[in-house]
Ligand binder design. Structure first.
Ligand SMILES: [Zn+2]
Length: 448
């Protein structure tokens, strides 16, 4: 009896790890994750995002959640199941480096009013925001997003719990890098009143010296963050280079990176010189600062709200900023920052609307695809973002060529993540979890 139990649990583990071959009978899976089998994908075209080319008639062999072979003459074991995407364009799954799954602002709140974040933080419970996050996570995967960085404003670690839910097979969603609580100078992004200074918590972790920043980073990592988010410049007192560097060093010790929310040129410069991996928003850099980012390899994650959300004047400034960043050679990665809802739209659909500022700035389509895939793969330090041997089998497919028009991404009808199919023929697939387990609470690991 004992032996039998051990065998069953070994089979369960191998199913989770995706090592079950197509020939063997499928064991009962422990949780809701779809099976990761050996499959061959017949692709009409594969988008090589690095070169910006659509390569015709390719086959992709997927084994153990990874791309094992690709080419026009891939040899697969006899009887390997085939997924026919011969009428489609296949490309790497999308990534969003700046999203807030567990934040949905109150209806009617202006996006330019920081009160909207404030009131949501005050009124909504972490539990309800996590429930909203479950829905948003599924919608992101449905839209083609296979990795996201959840970048704060997640109440008290709802992002970490969402990650555990996805990894444990409780809920479908993209792979998640959580950042925990946003570390910021006193007050964070809110205006406190002295009788109730704690109203900004738990959204922000106030830290006002290099030592306090180090402690805040360690606490975040302890509770499950896989990257660190700083807000550097929403108060009259901004983070110094030393304070930001303390975060970069402390996070770097465990292989994690720091993302710095910075609006002003001065704040952006300080964060770049302190060694952050990315500038979030980065609304007002000078050309000189954009060139400094190019020199240092610091990513700009623009989070450019569409014109309908930002207003015309702000929109024109941001499109012009994108043109200047392109001219300066600044590395750029896609990040949305959707925190609002709109009737009739899913969070995933709203996220893709954030491509507008790049098409309006005249970015080449292949660059936009790189920002959504391989550039984010590098920024997030994950083994995803290219259709290449050894990379995770994170793939999406659509009927039209996104190199001709990136709006083809609005019609993704196939989604594979880690070798598991979540969407096929436009239908989202998810089984109710059976024998669910509770993944142990532990700090995140670097994915690569
Ligand atoms: Zn944000």
């Amino acid at each position: 009896m004992k032996r039998y139990r051990l065998l069953v649990s070994l089979l369960a583990v191998s199913a989770l790890a995706g090592t079950v071959s197509a020939q063997n009978p499928q064991p009962r899976r422990p949780v809701g994750l779809p099976p990761a089998s050996t499959v061959v994908i017949r692709a009409g075209h594969v988008i090589d995002v690095a070169s910006g080319r659509a390569v015709p008639n390719q086959s992709i062999l997927v084994q153990e959640g990874k791309i094992a072979a690709i080419g026009d003459r891939v040899v697969a074991p006899d009887g390997t199941p085939v997924i026919d995407l011969s009428g489609s364009y296949v490309m790497p799954g999308l990534m969003d480096a700046h999203t807030h799954l567990a934040m949905t602002t109150m209806p009617g709140a202006s996006i330019n009013d920081f009160g909207s974040y404030y009131y949501t933080g005050l009124i909504e419970t972490t539990a309800f925001r996590a429930i909203q996050g479950v829905v948003h996570a599924q919608s992101m995967l449905d839209a083609g997003f296979v990795w996201i960085k959840d970048i704060g404003n997640n109440a008290l670690y709802a992002d970490v719990e969402l990650r555990r839910g996805v990894e444990g097979g409780w809920i479908p969603g993209p792979n998640i890098i959580a950042t925990g609580r946003i570390i910021a100078p006193f007050g964070g992004q809110f205006q406190m009143q002295p009788e109730k200074p704690d109203l900004g918590n738990p959204e922000y972790y106030y830290a006002d010296s290099p030592d306090e920043v180090r402690k805040a980073v360690r606490e975040n990592i302890h509770y499950g963050a896989g990257a660190i988010k700083l807000v550097t410049d929403n108060q009259p007192y901004n983070y110094s280079i030393d304070e930001i560097r303390a975060a970069v060093e402390e996070a770097g010790d465990v292989g994690f990176t720091v993302a710095a929310h910075a609006y002003s040129d001065e704040a952006i410069r300080k964060a770049v010189l302190a060694g952050v991996a990315s500038i979030e928003h980065g609304n007002n850099p000078t050309d000189e600062t954009l060139r400094l980012m190019a020199e240092k390899g610091t990513y700009l994650v623009g989070t450019d709200f569409p014109a309908s959300q930002s207003g015309q004047a702000a929109w024109e400034r941001i499109v012009a900023r994108n043109r200047r960043a392109l001219a300066a050679g600044t590395p750029m990665a896609f990040g949305s920052d959707v925190v609002y809802s709109r009737p009739g739209w899913t969070r995933g659909e709203l996220t893709l609307e954030f491509l507008e500022s790049f098409t309006a700035a005249g970015f080449p389509n292949d660059l936009i695809l790189r920002m959504l895939t391989m550039n984010n793969g590098e920024l997030l330090r994950v083994n995803s973002g290219q259709v290449k041997v050894g990379f995770n089998a994170d793939l999406v497919a659509m009927d039209a060529n996104p190199l001709d028009d990136v709006h083809a991404l609005n019609d993704i009808h196939f989604v594979m993540k880690d070798g598991r199919v979540y969407k096929q023929d436009g239908e989202f697939r998810w089984e109710m979890p059976r024998d669910p387990n509770n993944p142990r609470r532990k700090p995140a690991r670097v994915a690569r």
